[in-house]
Design a protein around this ligand. Sequence first.
Ligand SMILES: Nc1nc2c(c(=O)[nH]1)N[C@H]1C(S)=C(S)[C@@H](COP(=O)(O)O)O[C@H]1N2
Ligand SMILES: [Mo]
Length: 326
Amino acid sequence: MKRRKTHIPTIASSEITPENVWLNRRELMQQAGLGALAAAGLGSGAQATESPALRDLPAAPSSCDGCSTTEALTPYGDAISYNNFYEFGTDKSDPARYAHEMNVDPWSVEVGGLVNKPGKLNLEDLLTTFDLEERVYRFRCVEAWSMVVPWTGFPLADLLGRFEPTSDAKYVAFKTLYRRGEMRGTRSFTSIIDWPYQEGLRLDEAMNPLTLMTVGLYGKVLPNQSGAPLRLIVPWKYGFKSIKSIVSIELVDRQPETSWQQLAPQEYGFYSNVNPQVDHPRWSQRYERRLPSSLFNPNRIPTLPFNGYGEQVASLYQGMDLRVHY
Ligand SMILES: Nc1nc2c(c(=O)[nH]1)N[C@H]1C(S)=C(S)[C@@H](COP(=O)(O)O)O[C@H]1N2
Ligand SMILES: [Mo]
């Protein structure tokens, strides 16, 4: 696992908040009764990719079931330097090195399909319309590494509700930005995905309170490598469901195609719920490496069904054979 910390373009090392300082800051914000300061510093003039430091994005800690954990947070530096974002290359260090080439300002998301009120939201609308919350989630990649990250965002259900899905809507399909000129991974001969990156959820999964439209991590706006300016986080599913840098959300009546399913359907299913009982054809899913992890200190822990969120989501899959619907 190579890590090139010297190549992170968007974050000065002085900006990396040690975990204890971070926790104190959260407590202070809680004590001060600061609510969701959605609009803080997020005018259209801000330039996340050019500024040496990312803007703060304060939010009130969420109180929903499963929205926090006492587990140690993965250090910020690890969360933003060990990434999967194939648009910028397949090496874990590629996104931190090259994602600054993506222009995220201005940004808008189109919401359409089976909705009564199709439309477009620009980033400023998104950040001022919805109450931002902070949620500390476990995040488990299908490759068997995991992190614990404080994300800032709002429930996807809040966004979908505004566009009024019709009774025919059964699934939600998401697409990532696709701009060849700014995404060197899509131009590479090693590129294997049929761009743009696509993902999908069943509507009830999308409406589950744990499903988060995410605009920040560690109290700062998302750096590009983490999926700026807007990504999904679905904490009970393998990480590839958590699609980054979203430009399109479509309500549909059929199960949408997903990039990884197109690529290797026997390895990556539509549901992709974290499940220690169902191994990936090429490796076991019973354990995971909790980052930071190294050869000599692998930090190996058992993987939990639904990544530990069974109480909140197992009922969504009642009567389904999760070996068939992997
Ligand atoms: N558009 C896009 N979204 C993506 C990916 C990607 O390659 N492209 N990788 C996925 C995978 S496999 C994982 S594990 C997570 C990684 O998120 P992180 O880099 O913030 O940890 O993003 C997911 N979202
Ligand atoms: Mo992943």
